[in-house]
Design a protein around this ligand. Sequence first.
Ligand code: ADP
Ligand code: MG
Length: 347
Amino acid sequence: MTISTLGIIGSGQLGSLLCQAAKKLNIKTIVISDDENGPAQNYSGEFIYSQYDNKEKIKEFVSKVDIITYEFENIPINILNEIDKEKKILPKPEINKIIQNRKLEKTFVNDLGIKTTDWAFIKQAADVEKNKNLLPGILKSNTLGYDGHGQYILNSLDDVKKNWCFTADYILEKKVNLKKEISVVITRYLNGETYIYEPIENIHKDQILNHSKIPADINKEIFLKAQSYAKLISEKLDYVGTMCVEYFIDQDDNLLVNEIAPRVHNSGHLTINAFSISQFSGHVAAVCNLGVKKVEKISNAEMFNVLGKDIETYRSKTFSKNEFFYDYGKKSIKDKRKMGHLTVLKK
Ligand code: ADP
Ligand code: MG
């Protein structure tokens, strides 16, 4: 089947950038989102504002598209499964089910023989006590976390008593003394072919990505290992589209998987300018089965996220030829909210 219309669930900056990539590939986009002001509506062919459990609206969306993808992983799995009965969703809902649940995600990665941080599943305060060897650690909500939301630093058992009531399932992770964080973005096609971008070095501030750069300052062994783990993970998931694996490197040069994103990723924004085919174009091409795209690196690069009211300064700046500023056009400015990014191409 020739695909001409791509449905996208979610309307943030990732959705916007997917719409722009799709347009260049002559694919029409229809975005559905529960955010009335979602910026992707400025770039999509059509925008449907709806709650994700609104059966009528979902039906309308599904009837108008050839294939469906999503820009964020926290979509209720039963809704994805319902949609998938009518129209194919890529990446497959089963993948999303694993990745949106930190316990299933880490178990999946560990079962492949790949290291993660040491972790335990936590239902109640007593479980933290049982796993006090993981302190100082980070308690993370088992589902629905992003940009550090739902995360609590536990330095000692005292922090549990003081701060926390257990209202959901969590995992407790040992705090890693980080040397570095890197990520690998990979696009995998229906025929199993992949393009693996080089590892990207990521610098976080307050658990939010602050900036990313290539080349990552890592040795060859870690470079290759990070790429091969990403390939293995994508194969085991039978993944179609672009995904990202976030890694920690500890002081002893152990490479640990932090988490998997079953979608395009913030750290991959520099691929728009630094490669001939971006993570977004690759995703659209793979999901819409447009054939394997040949990717070439154009330049080294560094990408800076623009958070909160910093966007105002950027909006009035002038940029050089090697600087590419993206304003997500979000209606309201909120503290720590991702409002735009700047990519600087470098020698
Ligand atoms: P999110 O889903 O919010 O992206 P992550 O688990 O990726 O959550 O955590 C966000 C950031 O917080 C990481 O990129 C890292 O900088 C820091 N962090 C998270 N877990 C740990 C850990 N176990 N040890 C050290 N730093 C951590
Ligand atoms: Mg993360």
